[in-house]
Design a protein around this ligand. Structure first.
Ligand code: COA
Length: 166
């Protein structure tokens, strides 16, 4: 079955909203800002994200970011955010790419595949390498990054910084 990455769009609706409600609001540094947004405010949420991907009305210290849904046969399994470039904050924490797999779908290899698809998108956006950061104790994310060629750049007690050359 084909796994695809589909960009968030203003045409999204209840399916995408439900997915965001089923994900944690925050886990291992990945923030799900759609969690808790009422369904009738979801169109504004989508519009804000589409604009943000095109650098429109970006809050200070934010860089443009594209959000993708990982989908298989019409079911959303995960989401991944691709920052178009780094700023000082992202260099320290966050990097180019952040991701989350639905809690019921973890440990099945989807994280590895989702990152591989996002690396193709990164190449198409003209990036030649991406920085990904994760917590020391996030073994799932470490596995995802290392399976995709991540090279450990530096580490601290709490965090690891990896570069993937595209
Ligand atoms: C991190 C996350 C995206 C991983 O996705 P996943 O689909 O569960 O990961 P995969 O099944 O593709 O596993 C990738 C590799 O990581 C390792 N791994 C996965 N889960 C693991 C676990 N619980 N403990 C140790 N290693 C693990 C394995 O090496 C695995 O490869 P293998 O199965 O071939 O041995 C997912 O757990 C998640 O959404 N976590 C919450 C949010 C989060 O932490 N986001 C990342 C912030 S940096």
């Amino acid at each position: 079955m084909a796994l695809t990455l589909r960009p968030l769009s203003v045409q999204d609706g209840e399916k995408e909203w439900r997915f965001l409600q089923e994900l944690e609001q925050e886990k291992n540094g990945f923030g799900n800002d759609g969690h808790g947004v009422p369904l009738d405010e979801f169109p504004e949420y989508l519009m804000r994200h589409v604009k943000g991907a095109h650098s429109v009305n970006l809050p200070e210290n934010r860089v443009p970011q594209t959000t993708y849904w990982l989908e298989e046969e019409g079911t959303i399994l995960g989401m991944i955010k691709l920052r178009h470039y780094l700023n000082e904050g992202l260099l320290e924490h966050g990097g180019h790419i952040g991701y989350m797999i639905h809690p019921d779908q973890r440990g099945k290899g989807y994280g590895k595949k989702m990152l591989a698809l996002a690396l193709e998108k990164s190449r198409l956006k003209g990036l030649d390498s991406v920085l990904i950061t994760c917590n020391q104790d996030n073994y799932g994310s470490r596995g995802v990054i290392e399976a995709n060629g991540g090279r450990l750049w530096k580490e601290s007690d709490k965090s690891r910084w990896y570069w993937i050359v595209l």
